[in-house]
Design a protein around this ligand. Structure first.
Ligand SMILES: C[S@@+](CC[C@H](N)C(=O)[O-])C[C@H]1O[C@@H](n2cnc3c(N)ncnc32)[C@H](O)[C@@H]1O
Length: 291
């Protein structure tokens, strides 16, 4: 899928380490869990449409420099979901990335698609009013590079539909930024915007632990009680981010709870070595003298 998407403007891509493959595999698995259930509740009339919402869409292709491989980015995975979404709603701030993404998604023949160019934190209310036009079941992917997501944006996109699940990449850099902000450094604004709280509140409410506090807010403020977080390390063993996958509990429980839990169980066993191995297999390369 990545090679296919990279045929359009191959020079436009992100460069990330092989640990990115773990994130994309987890996202793909989550889409496989979510999209068939979303389709069935649209079919039975509970909702009007299923929407894939990507707040940091990127350009659709990531290159893994150490291997030279192209892999499909989040919006391309969603456009190719086994059970298609009715609509894709994607935001990207970088003009070049946005243009490449639009071309790539048109080439895939994506479902009804709106790729917006702009800053997601400025577009949040526009996204919210679009979602609230019809009864929507939503899968929201929040994959910034750092701390670019403001808490008020999370609240705005969550507000229109209680049936919104969140897949969030929460950077480990946030803990460093908090330490820096606490000692009077320049990350104060970034911390306060991401958390939607003053530094004093972050320190009191979360006892200085950003990740735990963020998860608590997803559960309590956004009302997504069901979920887990998995820590992802890069090839040198450094923790890079947590992948959060959270859903609300419905009257009948949550039909995808087991599927989501399975993703975290698998992530807890997987390392960057597995990601490299999987790419070797997918790209047809010989492994350890085999083949
Ligand atoms: C980690 S990349 C996203 C990768 C993508 N999810 C994928 O799987 O290929 C983050 C993207 O967010 C974009 N970005 C950064 N700040 C943004 C903002 N405030 N609003 C919208 N996009 C932003 C960057 O240009 C970059 O393309």
């Amino acid at each position: 899928m990545g090679d296919e998407a990279a045929r359009t403007q191959p020079e436009v891509h992100h460069n990330y380490g092989p640990h990115t493959v773990l994130k994309l595999a987890a996202l793909n698995h989550a889409l496989d869990v979510f999209s068939p259930i979303a389709r069935s509740v649209v079919r039975n009339g509970q909702f009007d449409r299923s929407v894939y919402l990507d707040l940091f869409g990127g350009c659709g292709v990531t290159r893994i420099p150490e291997l030279g491989d192209f892999v499909a980015g989040s919006p391309v995975l969603a456009a190719n979901a086994k059970t298609p979404f009715d609509e894709l709603l994607i935001v990207e701030k970088n003009k070049r990335y946005h243009e490449a993404l639009e071309q790539r998604l048109s080439a895939v023949g994506a479902p009804k698609m709106r790729a917006l160019h702009g800053d997601v934190n400025s577009l949040a209310e526009q996204l919210a009013s679009y979602i609230s036009e019809r009864r929507s079941i939503v899968f929201a992917c929040v994959d910034p590079e750092g701390m670019e997501i403001f808490w008020r944006t999370m609240e705005a996109v969550s507000r229109p539909s209680p049936a919104t699940d969140f897949f969030v990449n929460l950077t480990c850099g946030a803990e460093r930024a908090l330490a820096e902000a606490t000692s009077g450094g320049k990350s104060l604004k970034a911390v306060e915007r991401m958390m939607g709280e003053s530094l004093g509140e972050v320190l009191t409410n979360g006892a200085g632990k950003i990740a735990a506090q963020y998860v608590a807010k997803i559960k309590e403020v956004l009302g997504k009680q069901l979920g887990e977080a998995s820590l992802i390390h890069d090839g040198s063993g450094t923790p890079r981010y947590r992948l959060l996958l959270y859903a609300r509990e419905t009257q009948s429980g949550s039909p995808w709870e087991r599927g989501y839990a399975d993703i975290h169980r698998r992530l807890s066993d997987l390392t960057v070595e597995d990601a490299r191995g999987a790419l070797n297999i997918v790209k047809g390369r010989a492994i350890d003298g085999i083949g």
